[in-house]
Design a protein around this ligand. Structure first.
Ligand SMILES: Cc1cc2nc3c(=O)[nH]c(=O)nc-3n(C[C@H](O)[C@H](O)[C@H](O)COP(=O)(O)OP(=O)(O)OC[C@H]3O[C@@H](n4cnc5c(N)ncnc54)[C@H](O)[C@@H]3O)c2cc1C
Length: 479
């Protein structure tokens, strides 16, 4: 075990140190905004991220050509005040010249996700090269509170200290249904986490595939399998069988008003949404316009609800919200449509009753909604139930350590970590900790809607502003 990283030690003796755990989009964006601020010149910014480059993270560190951004490029920007920034970068680099499918007839473009990752990296890496940001290519394994700040230990045993800690790790691995995990773990074509690089490699062209979950990752898997020449049958199953929706055929302005006054209950929100949908249809608009307004007004809507109502909303409406709010890229939507038309893909509502290996294959007892149990044979099973945010506190040892010492708690809605609107983590007594910030979607319990890039980008800039304020208050001058 190394005693301590020397650079970090010398930094810490003289400089205010910010440690950011996770260098996906969020961690990189927070570091970027900090490093751009002249007042932070004399602070040390450490970003812990095992990936080679900062700014990609789980979503954009993918070489799979079928993976597309699911929000038009015009709304994806590292700089929330400059929404055209990514678009200008795309035009300047000419990177889309080799990808004509990125462009849509309505003028929107949906580049590959790796392109967005490259864009963010291209903005952040120069700050790493000139030393304003330090990228520690390691996983944080332990975190503890010291008298004046935090001590971190990476998975190689190196230790670092910091004055302020930012958690930007966002997406934990999915948790497979226990019945499937118990029966199939170790099988070469049991894909427990479809977001891992080359996860689909073992699947052969003719394989009969069961996909468990019907969200964006399932759509990605179907599009990727198609791109790889897969021609076997696919059953994609989830409890409700709801399929992720695509974007509106023509752009529309957000429609409706849900904030004057904000609804007092989930029931009222639902009623007003239904009325707005009816009115929008009468005005010749699609549901997209209403959902866009709900998304735009999500924060005051969410914050106007009591915790009991927020929980009710998560329990009853989240699944419907997710499939309409997270829209798949047109290229991915086409892949799904083709597979359905060709009779290769079935999206179904149902549950898994039991599972067992059967020779080289996998046998699953399934009950479709309203139907009798049926035994189906598959050659591959892919889990796409999405990141297990509800289990975040037990997802890594340092999370458990911080939870055990009362420094981290779950948000009462179960969507992420408890914090206030400034991102300050709430301890077990509900008190905010000024030196422990939750950046990125793990803070969404406070805001309701904080997962899509536009909101995540805005929030990262706000967190950087919060840190700049802390540095101004507690700055340690160079000795
Ligand atoms: C597959 C996928 C696709 C998406 N596509 C889009 C899209 O097209 N458009 C859109 O608007 N939104 C999209 N999203 C939503 C997404 O949440 C945000 O856009 C954004 O990427 C979140 O980034 P993040 O940095 O907060 O999280 P993440 O991407 O999860 O990054 C967290 C990082 O933390 C690192 N980490 C974890 N543990 C440790 C540790 N112990 N030590 C050090 N580092 C650690 C991980 O390696 C990872 O790189 C997508 C989400 C997913 C999961």
């Amino acid at each position: 075990m190394a005693d301590m990283n020397t650079a970090a030690r010398s930094d810490h003796q003289t400089r205010f140190t910010v440690a950011i755990i996770g260098g996906g989009f969020t961690g990189a964006a927070v570091a970027y905004h900090l490093a751009q601020c002249p007042a932070v010149d004399q602070a040390a910014i450490l970003v812990f991220e095992p990936r080679d480059a900062l700014g990609k993270g789980l979503a954009y560190d993918t070489g799979d050509p079928a993976h597309r951004i699911n929000v038009p490029s015009a709304r994806m920007s590292l700089l929330p005040d400059d929404p055209e920034h990514f678009g200008r970068w795309l035009a300047g680099t000419g990177v889309l010249a080799g990808d004509p499918r990125a462009h849509q007839a309505d003028g929107n473009s949906f580049p590959r996700r790796s392109v967005f990752g490259d864009y963010v990296s291209s903005q952040v890496e120069p700050l790493v090269d000139d030393g304003r940001i330090r990228h520690v290519r390691a996983r944080v394994a332990h975190v503890s509170k010291t008298g004046t700040g935090w001590q971190l230990q990476d998975d190689a045993g190196n230790r670092f200290s910091s004055d302020l800690l930012v958690i930007a790790t966002t997406h934990p691995a999915p948790r497979a249904p226990a019945r499937l995990a118990e029966a199939f773990v170790g099988h070469p074509r049991y894909i427990a986490d479809a977001t891992k690089p080359d996860a689909l490699e073992p699947i052969r062209p003719q394989d009969r595939v069961l996909i468990v979950g019907n969200g964006l990752t399932a759509a990605d898997v179907i599009a990727s399998l198609r791109e790889r020449g897969h021609v076997g049958r696919i059953l994609s199953i989830s409890r409700r069988g709801l399929r992720s929706r695509g974007h509106a055929a023509v752009p529309q302005e957000p429609y409706g008003n849900f904030v004057s006054p904000p609804p007092q209950s989930t029931r009222e929100l639902l009623k007003r949404t239904r009325l707005a949908l009816r009115a929008a249809t009468a005005d010749g608009l699609s549901w997209h316009a209403v959902l866009d307004q709900l998304r735009a007004q999500a924060r005051p809507i969410w914050q106007g609800l009591t915790v009991v109502e927020r929980r009710r909303l998560v329990r009853h409406l989240r699944v419907f919200w997710d499939v309409h709010r997270f829209r798949i890229a047109p290229q991915v939507e086409q892949a799904l449509d083709h597979a359905i038309t060709e009779g290769r893909l079935e999206i179904a509502a149902g549950s898994i009753l039991s599972a067992r290996r059967h020779g080289d294959g996998m046998q699953v007892l399934i009950r479709r909604r309203g139907g009798a149990p049926e035994t189906l044979d598959f050659d591959a099973v892919v889990i796409t139930t999405g990141p297990a945010h509800g289990g975040i506190l037990s997802s890594q040892s340092w999370f458990s350590e911080l939870a055990e010492t009362g420094r981290l708690t779950m948000d009462p809605t179960g969507l992420g970590l408890a914090c206030n609107e400034m991102g300050e983590a709430l301890d077990v007594n509900g008190d905010p900790q000024l030196d422990l910030l939750i950046a990125g979607p793990l803070a969404r319990g406070v805001f309701g809607e904080l997962m899509g890039l536009p909101q995540v980008s805005e929030y990262a800039a706000a967190i950087a502003g919060q840190i700049i304020g802390s540095i101004a208050h507690t700055y340690k001058p160079i000795a």
